[in-house]
Design a protein around this ligand. Structure first.
Ligand code: CP
Length: 359
C-alpha cells in the first residue's frame, strides 16, 4: 500500500545514507542555527501526543519554531475528541489536513504506521509503545558523532529495559548498520532484547553478547546507554517491582569505566543513574537531550521538502490471521488491514509492530 507522502516510521525504511545524512545536517545546524531560521516559514507542524512526553514533544515544537514554522496539536488526548471515541484514522485525516507535517506519539505499537496510512501529509513517529523511537535515535547519532567522532568500531552497552525500550530497539537497528560495532546487552532474563532486533544486529554483520551484570562489563564499553525500567509497560505492579532498581549507575561504577566512555540515556530517568554521576564529564545525557532539537530540525526540513510517495505496507493480509501482540495497534483500531511480511515458509511478521507468528 502506497502513500503520497514520505513518512518517518522506522529509520530502516530508508537507506543508511538518508538518515545518516539527516544526522550530519543536524550537526551543521548545531554549529550554524541561524542559517536555517527560515527553512519552514509558513509551514505548520501538528503534534499529536497520546502519551506523556517532555523532551520529544518540546524539542519537536522548538525545532519547528526555530525553523520559522508554527505549531498546533494536543498533548493530552483527554482534552481532544479522542475522548469521545474518535478513531486514530479520523483524527489523523483531519489534523493532517490542517498541517504540513504530523508528529505522533502513541502508547500502542504500530500507531504511527497506522496513522501514515490515511494522513494527508508526512507522519513522523515520535515513539509508538514499546516498539520504536526513530527520532530519539537521530538524537543519539548526532550526540555520538559530536562526542565520539564516529559511529563505527564501538562497543555499545545497553542496560535496563531492553524488551520494551523503544529507544533501544531503534538504536540497535541503526548502529548495527555501521562496521564493527559490538553490542553488550545488559538486562535481567525478563527484560532481554526481542529476538527480531537481535536477528537484525546479526544480519547487519555486527555481534552481541547478553549479560546480567553491569559491573562486570562497564570497563569494556565505549558507550553506555542506560534506560529506565518503564512502569507503564508492565502488566502488573508486581512485575514492575521485581525489576525496578536492578541497575543503578553510580560514581563507584564509573571508576571502573574507560576515561572516554560516553554515558547516554534517552531520559526521563528515575533512579537508574544517581545525581552524583551528572557531575562526571562522561555523563552526556543532558547534552544528548539538547541535540534532540537539532536532530528534529534536520528531519522536519528534510521531510517537508521531500514529498516523495512511499510504500507503507509491503506484505499482505492472510485470511484469518491476526497479530498475537496484545499491544499492537491492529487490536484497538480494528479497521486496519492485518498485514504481514513473510519471513520464510512458516514465519510471518506483523507490519505494524514486528511481532512474529509461526503458521
Ligand atoms: N526521550 C524521550 O522520548 O523523552 P520524553 O518521553 O520526555 O519525550
Amino acid at each position: 500500500m502506497y502513500s503520497e507522502y514520505q513518512h518517518l516510521i522506522d529509520l530502516s525504511d530508508y537507506p543508511v545514507e538518508w538518515w545518516n545524512g539527516i544526522a550530519d545536517l543536524a550537526v551543521d545546524i548545531r554549529k550554524n542555527p541561524e542559517k536555517y531560521a527560515h527553512e519552514c516559514d509558513g509551514k505548520i507542524m501538528a503534534t499529536l501526543f497520546y502519551e506523556p512526553s517532555t523532551r520529544t514533544q518540546m524539542s519537536f515544537q522548538t525545532a519547528m519554531l526555530r525553523l520559522g514554522g508554527r505549531i498546533i496539536g494536543f498533548d493530552n488526548p483527554a482534552t481532544s475528541s479522542v475522548s469521545k471515541g474518535e478513531t486514530l484514522k479520523d483524527t489523523t485525516k483531519i489534523v493532517s489536513s490542517y498541517s504540513d507535517v504530523l508528529v505522533i506519539r502513541h502508547p500502542v505499537s504500530g500507531a504511527a504506521k497506522a496513522a501514515a496510512l490515511t494522513a494527508g501529509c508526512p507522519v513522523i513517529n515520535a515513539g509508538d509503545g514499546g516498539h520504536l523511537h526513530p527520532t530519539q535515535t537521530l538524537t543519539d547519532l548526532v550526540t555520538l558523532k559530536v562526542e565520539k567522532g564516529r559511529l563505527d568500531n564501538l562497543t555499545i552497552g545497553l542496560c535496563g529495559d531492553l524488551i520494551y525500550g523503544r529507544t533501544v530497539h531503534s538504536l540497535c537497528k541503526a548502529m548495527s548498520c555501521f562496521n564493527n560495532n559490538k553490542f553488550v546487552l545488559i538486562s535481567t532474563p525478563e527484560l532481554k532484547l526481542p529476538s527480531y532486533v537481535k536477528d537484525i544486529i546479526l544480519a547487519n554483520g555486527c555481534t552481541f553478547e547478553e549479560v546480567s551484570s553491569l559491573d562486570e562489563v562497564i570497563g569494556t564499553l565505549d558507550v553506555l546507554y542506560m534506560t529506565r525500567i518503564q512502569k507503564e509497560r508492565f502488566a502488573s505492579e508486581e512485575e514492575y517491582l521485581s525489576q525496578k532498581d536492578t541497575y543503578i549507575l553510580d560514581t563507584k561504577k564509573m571508576t571502573h569505566a574507560k576515561y572516554d566512555l560516553v554515558v547516554l540515556h534517552p531520559l526521563p530517568r528515575v533512579d537508574e543513574i544517581t545525581n552524583e554521576v551528572d557531575r562526571d564529564p562522561r555523563a552526556l545525557y543532558f547534552k544528548q537531550a539538547k541535540n534532540g532539537v537539532f536532530a528534529r530540525m534536520a528531519l522536519i526540513m528534510t521531510i517537508i521538502k521531500n514529498q516523495n510517495p512511499s510504500e507503507i505496507l509491503k506484505g499482505r493480509v492472510y485470511e484469518g490471521i491476526s497479530c498475537s501482540n496484545p499491544h499492537c495497534i491492529t487490536h484497538s483500531e480494528t479497521y486496519l488491514p492485518k498485514s504481514f511480511r513473510s519471513n520464510g515458509d512458516t514465519l510471518l511478521e506483523c507490519e505494524y509492530c514486528d511481532e512474529r507468528k509461526l503458521i
